[in-house]
Every structure is written in C-alpha cells, then in structure tokens.
Design a protein around this ligand. Structure first.
Ligand code: C2E
Ligand code: CA
Ligand code: CA
Length: 413
C-alpha cells in the first residue's frame, strides 16, 4: 500500500512530463464487495482479494496508466495524456466492464463493483493534492448517488441521466441523427459520412454522446440505441440511393456485440431500406477488439461476408495491441484525432501517423484520418497517402437532412 504523498509525486511527474496543455486524469476507485469480503472471511483473504482487484484494474488500462492501492479498499489511478473528459470516462467504463466477469481469487469467484470519481488536470486543478481530493470527493458523491462514475464538479442533475428519460427518447425516436462528411483526400470529394447521435433532452438540454452512449452501455439501453442508430442512418442513406458511391459509417458499441442477432438486424434493416451492404461501414472501437477476441472476429467476418465494410475506430488511443490488428477482418483503420490533431508542426507525431498509414496499407486497410482541424493537417495527410479524412476543417456533423439535401443534388465538393 502506498501513502498518498507518493501518489502526489507520481501525479506531479506526469504533469511535468506532459506540459501544461496536456490533460491527465486522476481516478479514485473503490470496489464494492471488497471490504465485505475481508470482514466476513478474514483479512488474509481480504488482502488477497485486494491484490486480485489491483490486477484486474491494471489489465483494464493502458501500460502508461499507473495504479496505486492507497487504503484498504481504495485505489488511485493516474492516466496521462487524456484528450478530454470523455477519454477519462472511457477508461472508467473499461474498469466497469472488467468487473463484469467475477474476480477469481484463490480459485474462488466473487463479484466486485467498481465506483469511480474523476478529476482532470488542468480542468480541475494542477496541484496533485487538490486533484486527489477532488477525485475522492467525486467518488464519495458517486457512492452517495449509487452511480458508477462521476467527474468532479458535475452537478447531480447533469451527471445522472435518467434511465427512463433516455429509454423514452430512444424508443420514441426523439434522438437526432447528425452526419459528418468523410472526404476522399486524394480526389477532394465527399465519399460518405459518419452517423453521430444527438440528444436534446427537454430537462437537460443538449446531452453529449460522450455521456449518454456510455450510460446506455452501462444500463442495457445500448441494444435499443444501436437499433435506433442503424435504422435512422439507413433511412437517410436510402434517400441517397441515387448516389450509390456514398458510404455511411455506423458506430457499433462493443456492448452491442453481445446482443444476439446483431448481424441479422443489420442485414434485415438493409433489406427494409433497400440500401446495398457495400455502402455501409460498421465502426468498432479498439476496445471491442480486446474485449472478446474470438466473438468479435467471428461477428466481423459475418458482416464482411454479407458485403459490409468494417472500420477500426479510434486507432491509437492505446487500448489495443498492434499485433491484434492483423487478425481482424477489417477494411479501414480510423486514426484517432489525438494523433492527427497533434501532427501539424510536430515532426515526430507526423512520422508516427505516416507510419500508421503505411502499416494500414500493408495490411490491406484503407486509412482514414480523424479530427482534421486545419488545412495544413489535411495536406500533410494527403501527401502521406492517407485515403480518407474527417474533421471540423472539412465539415462538422450536420443534421442528416441537411447532408442529404447537399449531396442529393450531386454537390460533392
Ligand atoms: P467517434 O466515433 O470517434 O466520433 C467522432 C467524434 O469526433 C464525434 O464526436 C465528432 O463530432 C468529433 N469530431 C469530428 N471532427 C472533429 C474535429 O475536427 N475535432 C474534434 N475535436 N472533434 C471532432 P461526438 O459526436 O461527440 O461523438 C462522440 C462519440 O460518441 C463518438 O466518437 C462515438 O464513439 C459515440 N457515438 C456517437 N453517436 C453514436 C451512436 O449512434 N452509436 C454509438 N454506439 N456510439 C455513438
Ligand atoms: Ca466513430
Ligand atoms: Ca473515432
């Protein structure tokens, strides 16, 4: 067990290393069930359970992340190089997922439930002690509310989305589909679009998908959300059937992979809307790849067999091993915006992206650069041979009807 001062030193080093513009997250984590196990079965078993929990936490995170046990049933986690709050929430979601299978301890399985409080540098402070206190306060608040993750400073109302409200919005088709254009960087023409969900709640206003998608994943609403997203996207794709080379990318959450009949649902919806499977790309994050290798590979293969494209999303966020890549029946590699947005004016970052593009091509994959925010990055990617690109500089996500209106008349530049 470490004392908190040692953790402060690690946080200070991470902050010094990353520079003032680099985000880092501090997570305070407790695992419900751990204390109970020690009190009921003895401290020796409790200690061994705490060690097993630490291993599960470490395995769920990236190699650069650091995990410290600071009290009987409490851990502090330091995550360097976070691109935003959502990135930290993704790590917290991964922690929750890792505990979905029982912890195996001395051959004896038991269930633990992690609860996480999050504070970000520089958003919530730059002093390590303050960041730790804010992460722990967020954890206390999460425990009080019975939630799973809470970011410091989030008001109760905003942080906790109501299950009923989201379920209602999904089931009564009150989410909106936005489409963000994807450009062919070599020809300078729009090649298709990625479908992104938007939710304007009557009580909370605009809710970011960075919140409601992980919430849907945690609460089982992801099946309904995925079905909604497939149908809503294909409805707009169908309106552009007369422009058959436009492709539509749909995000499939790793959780959607566990739902039976996903492939049938997708192909059924293609039939209903009369959209050719070759015009649809299923985007899955690296996270899904590491979650259940065999199941994911077989599902992706079935999608490919039916003619759909498969894109590996957010590549480079660090959760999947490069060695995994060659095993996946993917057609595209989407290079994460954290890599792409840093490359202009940074020769090393640019070489890394160039290497990833070459690697994608060697593996027979099409390379897509995400998060292109300026013309310099766009030209650099095009020079490097990157096939497709997406980002605010090329076009922000717009209501699907606007995209259809723009492309339906053949206006593709
Ligand atoms: P993603 O799949 O990586 O989607 C790209 C995100 O990057 C979008 O955020 C988009 O608005 C944003 N983006 C695009 N260009 C730029 C740029 O130049 N700079 C910056 N800084 N950002 C850019 P958005 O719409 O907030 O979505 C966040 C995430 O939520 C998505 O990340 C995706 O994982 C998830 N998501 C959104 N809609 C759906 C959905 O219908 N189903 C599922 N399962 N997930 C969804
Ligand atoms: Ca995506
Ligand atoms: Ca992405």
């Amino acid at each position: 067990m470490l004392n908190r001062h040692e953790v402060f030193e690690v946080i200070a080093a991470v902050i010094a290393d990353g520079g003032s513009a680099d985000r880092a997250a501090v997570l305070a984590v407790t695992v419900e069930g751990l204390r109970d196990r020690a009190l009921r079965q003895g401290y020796v078993i409790g200690d061994s359970a705490a060690d097993s929990v630490e291993k599960v936490i470490v395995a769920a995170l990236r190699p650069v992340d650091r995990v410290f046990r600071v009290a009987y049933d409490r851990y502090m986690v330091v995550l360097p190089h976070m691109r935003n709050e959502q990135h930290a929430l993704l790590a917290a979601t991964r922690l929750s997922q890792a505990f979905e299978v029982p912890v195996l301890d001395r051959g004896d399985p038991w269930r633990g439930r992690p609860v996480v409080g999050i504070a970000l540098h520089p958003d919530h402070g730059s002093d390590p002690e303050l960041l730790c206190r804010r992460a722990e306060l967020a954890l206390e608040e999460a425990l009080r509310q019975g939630g799973q993750h809470l970011v410091h400073g989030e008001s109760h109302d905003h942080a906790v989305i109501s299950y009923e409200e989201l379920r209602e919005a999904v089931e009564s088709n009150r989410l909106d589909t936005f489409l963000q254009p994807i450009w062919n960087l070599q020809t300078g023409r729009v090649a298709g679009a990625e479908s992104l969900a938007r939710w304007t709640s009557p009580h909370r206003g605009e809710v970011w998908p960075g919140y409601f998608v992980p919430f849907a994943e945690q609460t089982g609403l992801i099946t309904a959300l995925t079905n909604w997203s497939i149908n809503a996207t294909l409805r707009h794709a169908a309106a552009l059937n007369h422009v058959p080379d436009l492709k539509f990318a749909i995000n499939l959450s790793p959780r959607a992979f566990n739902q039976p009949g996903l492939v049938e649902k997708l192909t059924g919806a293609l039939g209903i809307w009369g959209v050719a499977p070759e015009r649809v790309i299923a985007e899955i994050t690296e996270t899904a790849l590491v979650h259940d290798l065999d199941q994911t590979v077989s599902l992706l293969r079935r999608l490919r067999d039916r003619g759909l494209g498969v894109a590996i999303d957010d590549f480079g966020t660090g959760y999947a091993s490069v060695a995994y890549l060659s095993k996946f029946p993917a057609t595209e590699l989407k290079i994460d915006l954290s890599l792409v947005s840093g490359m202009h004016g940074d020769a090393r970052a640019a070489r890394l992206v160039s290497g990833i593009i070459d690697m994608a091509h060697h593996l027979g994959l099409v390379a897509v650069g995400e998060g292109i925010e300026d013309g310099g990055t766009q030209s650099l990617l095009a020079e490097m041979g990157c096939d497709f690109g997406q980002g605010y500089h090329l076009g922000r996500p717009v209501p699907a009807a606007d995209f259809v209106a723009r492309c339906g008349g053949g206006n593709r530049v």
